[in-house]
Design a protein around this ligand. Structure first.
Ligand code: S3P
Length: 428
């Protein structure tokens, strides 16, 4: 699907951004492993989270949709999943694939997982290696690195795993397998990645301990069903934080946005760039901090970012690159080589698409260098099937001179099904 995006003079209004993708996946997975019925409110009905629902249904879990964004998960208990006669299709969702691998590593039965062409290119050895060390048997292309993957789990041993990457998917896969290993399973990572698994597993009754970037879980807890309210996704809010900053007039209020400190790097960086963002109505909901974000236009300036900040904003880098294109001066993003193995190679994609709009961009081995502040030209952008690239380029188009087209705009439905309608509604 190709969409035309005209420049915007003003963006004004209120947006309840859709539920957090990471938290939605975990709520439905942990609900499936708990005793009793877990009720979820604010669930993200995007394609990725629906893939998780569909895989769990194939593993014997009953999940009812009681209203829009409201799910009832009939927990099977830790040992209640059943072997599926069907292939588990995760679609475009890395979180579904990697977290489910952790759960399936603990099951005394055989499963096959696959997904779309993008997921079949993404590295899975980062998860299958530690899971194999724990005792799971996993086969796949490239020695278990590429899906389709076959898993025969069960009889796991705990490990203390030193993860080479700061990845919540790796950490979570090992911790979930650790639920099925007698004793304590530990994961240490180079920097702290998002901690939704730790927070939510603890709320469901698991014994989880954290010291710095080291997390430990005790095997064979009894998980108890919970009611979970999902916060709005700061990664979805990010598109409006940047739109509201670069479009010359207006004000956008984003309500009930998750402000978990392992996810809020975008606020730190936009703050350093000179953005005008106010936080109101701060509260805690289901163990996660939330608040409203109010963004107004501002003159942005370039920044240098890297190190421990990167995992706190990894999914926001495409739209941050757009902010950098509108900011005066040079922005340098380093230590972000992980971007190459996301839904698309986001270093290459962001550089290629911004160059089309007339921006000077240098592709680095671990990031991007962007010379901002010159007028952008409307262009024919390509999402490469990547939801965050589709939305980031739509944001870039808002402040450009002339009309832009986004090819593959439908990819936005992976995490933000109403994105383009919402953007349209804010134009004044
Ligand atoms: C996620 C972790 C991150 C992030 C992804 C969601 C999660 O991936 O990019 O969108 O829910 O755990 P990595 O673990 O590969 O960094």
């Amino acid at each position: 699907m190709e969409l035309t995006i005209n420049p915007a003079k003003s963006l004004r209004g209120q947006v309840a951004v859709p539920g957090d993708k990471s938290v939605s996946h975990r709520a439905v997975m942990f609900g499936a492993l708990a005793e009793g019925i877990t009720e979820i409110e604010g669930f993200l009905a995007g394609e990725d989270c629906l893939s998780t629902v569909s895989c769990l249904r194939k593993l014997g879990v009953t999940i009812d949709e009681t209203a829009e964004g409201s799910l009832k998960v009939h927990g099977k208990g830790l040992q209640g999943l059943a072997e599926s006669g069907e292939v588990l299709d995760v679609g475009n969702s890395g979180t579904t694939m990697r977290l489910l691998l952790g759960i399936l590593a603990g099951q005394p039965f055989f499963s096959v997982l696959t997904g779309d062409p993008s997921i079949r290119r993404r590295p899975m050895a980062r998860v299958t290696l530690p899971l194999a060390k724990m005792g799971a048997r996993i086969l796949g292309r490239q020695d278990g690195n590429l899906a389709p993957l076959g898993v025969r789990g069960g009889n796991l041993q705990p490990i203390a795993y030193e993860s080479p990457v700061a990845s919540a998917q790796v950490k979570s896969a090992v911790l979930l397998a650790g639920l099925y290993a007698k004793g304590v399973t530990e994961v240490n990572e180079p920097y702290v990645s998002r901690d939704h698994t730790e927070r939510m597993l603890r709320a469901f009754g698991a014994k989880v301990e954290r010291a710095g970037a080291r997390v430990a879980v005790e095997g064979f807890p009894v998980l108890q069903a919970q009611n979970v309210k999902i916060p709005g996704d700061i990664s979805s809010a990010a598109f409006f934080l940047v739109s509201g900053s670069i479009v010359r007039d207006g004000e956008i209020r984003l309500t009930n946005v998750g402000l978990n400190p392992t996810r809020d790097g975008i606020l730190t960086v936009l703050g350093e760039m000179g953005a005008s963002i106010r936080i109101e109505n701060q509260a805690e909901v289901s163990g996660e901090p939330v608040g409203d974000l109010i963004v107004r236009p501002a003159e942005l300036r370039g920044v240098r970012i890297g190190g421990s900040l990167i995992p706190r904003l990894i999914d926001e880098i495409p739209v941050l690159a757009v902010a950098a294109a509108y900011a005066h001066g040079v922005t340098e993003i380093r230590d972000a080589a992980e971007l190459k193995v996301k839904e698309s190679n986001r270093i290459a994609a962001a550089a290629r698409e911004l160059v089309k709009m007339g921006v000077r961009v240098e592709e680095l081995s671990d990031g991007l260098k962007i010379w901002g502040g010159k007028p952008l030209q409307g262009a024919a952008a390509e999402s490469s099937g990547d939801h965050r690239m589709a939305m980031a380029m739509a944001v870039a188009a808002l402040g450009a001179e002339g009309v832009s087209r986004i090819n593959g705009a439908e990819a936005a439905a992976v995490s933000f099904p109403d994105f383009f309608e919402t953007l349209q509604r804010l134009r004044t």
